[in-house]
Ligand binder design. Structure first.
Ligand code: TGC
Ligand code: FAD
Length: 390
């Protein structure tokens, strides 16, 4: 029985509009109905529930900030954040499916695509008829995507694409891939690659202990002929994929706190019910310390998210501000998951409770979309003006 209650210690609900609260409750109900009853089983069996894609489309979880004329929700960034928060309360892997589709596939097509590309792809991606993925990371270039070797040559009437991408969420089931590759001059461009193009394969990555309900894989391009109209014309250079990452990292800052809230809620209930030494374990100071620190960190992160959301709405949020929120919120969520796991004692390692799953998922979340340390260096660069990446 999913009886989740979200902590709202600083009455943040007063800052949300009625529409925000309606959206949050619709997604929360969806997660209660369509994800929470099944997620442990999917994760235990490393099963990606493909049918969720269409359901996410129906509930408006794909591309909430994309204008309605292209099938998106036409909503603001607080709504987007709340949607990610509620989905990740269910599972980080499910949020990955939604945030890749919205921020990393629909966003670049909307932002950098031609009108014909927008009309062709966005409505089908928004409805969940098509699933998309985003190929930036390569086997030898993760934190340093500008070193990528995937490349395309101009063959006159088409481009010839070669190379490989690794660790790509949704790839094994994706119909469409937004792929970042270098042209003959070494300039990065985005290309839309479709399943079925000759020489394009998407082998699945097995054996993950994290994001087990999300499908992860490679993208392999062996002389793939990409039609010229599939190049995203609006922007080139590393800045183009980085702009997509700004949007996705923002969603993760909210999502991670959804996972943290789920862990806190479970720990609070368990501590009140579980008795040792003749008393509820919630009566012991050390358990109260853990719960108090969890609530403190969740509250700080909620305030950070809300303010960042208002800056996003005004078009004023900067990359370092987004880095600070992604880095902080994922790290506190990971710590909360570990502490909540301890409060559950031995029960915490089982699938009866969500702790271990959230904890293992968050190990990916702290790594993808820029590792914890890369975000620290983005902040260091902002503070000092000296990039310490190289
Ligand atoms: P740097 O020299 O800083 O910048 C190169 C060019 O890019 C421009 N730029 C941006 N433009 C717009 N928005 C941004 N946020 C931008 N960031 C950079 C910059 O102005 C410059 O332009 P120009 O015209 O001067 O050339 O680049 P760098 O090579 O030194 O790299 C900086 C660094 C390390 C911070 C960056 O590469 C980085 O963030 N690395 C981490 C890689 C990463 O986050 N990968 C994520 C892959 S996708 C993923 O993980 C999806 S998981 C999805 C899920 O399942 O949820
Ligand atoms: P590396 O870059 O090799 O880093 C290894 C370690 O070295 C890290 O601790 C890092 O912080 C540290 N390090 C690297 N450089 C520096 C430096 N300059 N200073 C200090 N420390 C440094 N990518 C996509 O493009 N699309 C996706 O959909 C996608 N989905 C993913 C799903 C999952 C489950 C995972 C695990 C990853 C996914 N990724 C995706 C890739 C992800 O973005 C990369 O894993 C991440 O950017 C880190 O790259 P890497 O794994 O190659 O680690």
């Amino acid at each position: 029985q999913d009886t989740f209650e979200h902590p709202d210690f600083y009455q943040l609900d007063d800052l949300f509009t009625e529409e925000h609260k309606l959206i949050r409750s619709a997604i929360r109900d969806f997660v209660k109905r369509e994800i929470s009853p099944y997620i442990e089983d999917w994760a235990q069996h490393a099963h990606f529930p493909y049918e969720i894609v269409k359901k996410f489309g129906d509930i408006g979880a794909f591309g909430p900030t994309v204008p309605q004329e292209y099938g998106g929700g036409g909503l603001d960034y607080i709504s987007y954040g709340l949607i990610m928060q509620e989905i990740e309360r269910g599972d980080s892997g499910m949020r990955s499916t939604a945030s890749v589709q919205g921020s990393l596939v629909m966003y670049p097509i909307y932002k950098f695509g031609s009108e014909a590309q927008r009309k062709k792809y966005l409505p089908k991606l928004a409805s969940g008829e098509w699933l998309g993925c985003f190929g930036l990371t390569e086997p030898d270039h993760g934190s340093n995507p500008s070193g990528m070797v995937t490349n395309f040559k101009d063959m006159g009437d088409h481009y010839l694409l070669n190379g490989a991408k690794m660790w790509i969420s949704n790839s094994p089931r994706a119909d469409v891939a937004v792929v970042w590759a270098k042209n003959e001059a070494g300039r990065i461009h985005g290309l839309i690659v479709e399943r079925g193009m000759e020489g394009f394969t998407t082998p699945e990555t097995h054996g993950k202990w994290s994001l087990r309900a999300s499908a992860t894989g490679e993208l392999v391009f062996d002389n793939v002929k990409v039609p010229k109209e599939n190049l995203l014309p609006g922007k080139s250079g590393l800045g183009a994929p980085m702009m997509c990452l700004d949007s996705a990292r923002y969603g993760i800052a909210w999502g991670a706190i959804g996972a943290a809230m789920d862990c806190y809620d479970s720990a609070r209930r368990y501590a009140l019910e579980r008795e040792q030494f003749g008393k509820p374990i919630a009566s012991f100071q050390l358990v109260q310390k853990k719960l108090s620190e969890m609530l403190t960190e969740i509250t700080k992160a909620q305030l950070l998210n809300w303010r960042l959301g208002t800056l996003m709405n005004e078009g004023k949020a900067t990359t370092p501000q987004i880095s600070l929120a992604k880095r902080n919120n994922v790290q506190v969520a990971l710590e909360i998951a570990r502490e909540a796991r301890q409060i559950h004692g031995g029960m915490g390692i089982t699938g009866e409770y969500p702790l271990m799953r959230h904890m293992m998922n968050l190990e990916s979340v702290v790594t993808y979309e820029g590792t914890h340390d890369i975000h620290l260096l983005i902040l260091g660069n902002q503070i000092t003006g000296i990039p310490a990446f190289v």
